[in-house]
Design a protein around this ligand. Structure first.
Ligand code: SF4
Length: 464
């Protein structure tokens, strides 16, 4: 057991840079109490029915045959290596589950020997977990680019969610930083997963057009390659397979931000294509953390671009839930998002001729475009105004961030924003408001931290 725990320590540590399930682990120890959020790489994700669940996040192996420049597990990096046996990871998962540490498993992996060799062992582990140990909980399995269609399909039949990491926002960066990974090896499994989901779970049918292009052809990033004919013929294989549900929680992917020189527009264009072509549930963005020395990567002392990652997530949200396209989020000539402002505010300031909007008359699609109005509050506005006019005082109760929205709306014909309805004035007011908010949040956090520290001291002194 000691040897397995040592492997777990190494392989959970190696998995911590993968963000394609939602959050990383926490450092809190149980100090003799019940439960342990610290036990090797617990992270959180959302299941297909929207529940937040804690997962054991771990690599199957970190013995990698590849040498991706940005990766701590790359072949040329000298650090502790380990591989699980299939039964070891299956047993660990079920034991952790029984102790109530976790509700599911996020299993990623380096490429040991070859994609198929590793994927076969992962498949064996997942089958043991499902059929020998009877585990019915959530499993997110990473698919290794280059894996064969049959193995991928079998993994999809035992896992809830699959992900193939795209890693880099364009093919040039992929060639530079991960020369052993080819775009075709990444897009072929993505396409296979999409096709199988379409056929089994009735997603949008194949051949659907987006912007006049067949979404089944992964263009743009894409642009560089065509899906192989073997992948298209996979349909016959998937139709003949067993009756289990294939990856009911769909597929996700992960992109590294700030390792190469890509612009925000480039990154988001790739995401837009992934959402349309592959019906991704989510694209996760991971601010590059320099962990290895390299001549072609940011210096080891460079801070991860977390603020940039945050703005990209906000823009991604606009693509997925608010009906925006990437083209609308950038001025002609602009390649990056405004670091100071939410991209929805930036868009509204650039399109001030469309505002102020009367909340009692605007179509739902335009309500969604008002800064400070979310999808839920837009629905509430539409519902209420069928009965009676929405008043300014109602908006806050409906979840609208009125401090931001007031510059862009009228309510029963009255405007509540600045007297000078022009971009710079509104921008300055919003920036002042948001900076003030950030300061007060910091202040509150600081007070909370102080209170926590005080609590700990009192507890250590046996006072409470
Ligand atoms: S394949 Fe590349 S990214 Fe994946 S573990 Fe190996 S070196 Fe890291």
């Amino acid at each position: 057991m000691e040897a397995i725990m040592e492997k777990l320590k190494i392989l959970a540590d190696s998995a911590k840079y993968d963000v394609s399930c939602s959050t990383s682990g926490v450092g809190r120890r149980n100090n003799g109490r019940i439960g342990n959020a610290h036990a090797a790489g617990i992270c959180h994700s959302w299941s297909a029915d929207g529940r937040c669940i804690s997962l054991l996040k771990v690599l199957f192996t970190n013995k990698c045959a590849y040498d991706c420049e940005y990766c701590i597990n790359r072949r040329s990096n000298d650090f502790p290596r380990a591989s699980f046996e299939p039964d070891e990871i299956a047993r660990l998962t079920i034991e952790f589950y029984r102790r109530n540490y976790i509700e599911g498993l996020f299993l990623s992996s380096a490429v040991e020997k070859s994609p198929d060799y590793t994927a076969e062992r992962i498949l064996e582990a997942l089958r043991l977990l499902r059929y020998k140990y009877g585990f019915a909980g959530y499993i997110h399995a990473k698919i290794i680019p280059g894996v064969s269609q049959e193995i991928l399909h079998q993994i999809g039949l035992v896992a809830d969610r699959l992900s193939v990491n795209i890693e880099m926002p364009n093919s040039e960066s992929l060639a530079l930083f991960a020369p052993q990974k080819k775009p075709k090896q990444i897009f072929a499994p993505m396409r296979q997963i999409t096709n199988t989901l379409i056929e089994r779970n009735s997603l949008v049918g194949p051949g659907t057009m987006f912007k006049g292009k067949d979404i089944n052809s992964p263009e743009n990033y894409l642009g560089v390659q065509q899906i192989s004919s073997e992948t298209k013929s996979f349909r016959a294989l998937s139709t003949n397979a067993g009756r289990e549900t294939f990856a009911p929680a769909g597929q996700t992917t992960q992109m590294i931000i700030g390792a190469g020189g890509e612009s925000d527009k480039n990154i988001l264009t790739t995401s837009e294509n992934l959402y349309h072509a592959f019906k991704m549930k989510r694209v996760y963005y991971s601010a590059y953390i320099p962990v290895v020395k390299s001549d072609i990567l940011p210096d080891i002392s460079t801070a991860p671009p977390l603020a940039r990652e945050h703005r990209i997530y906000q823009a991604d949200w606009l693509l997925r839930f608010y009906g925006f396209s990437v083209g609308e989020l950038f001025n002609s000539g602009d390649e990056n998002l405004d670091p100071d402002l939410d991209p929805k505010v930036t868009w509204a300031l650039r399109n001030l001729d469309k505002f102020p909007i009367e909340v009692n008359k605007a179509p739902y699609e335009m309500l969604l475009r008002i800064p400070g109005v979310g999808a839920v509050s837009a629905k509430r506005i539409v519902r209420q105004r069928r009965v009676s006019a929405v008043k300014f005082d109602d908006l806050k109760k409906m979840g609208v961030v009125v401090k931001r929205a007031k510059y862009f709306i009228t309510c029963v014909g009255r405007y509540y924003g600045e007297r000078r309805f022009e971009p710079d004035t509104i921008k300055n007011s919003i920036l002042q408001m948001e900076n003030g908010l950030q300061l007060s949040m910091f202040d509150n956090n600081w007070k909370a931290l102080e209170a926590g520290a005080r609590q700990e001291k009192l507890s250590a002194a046996g006072v409470i």
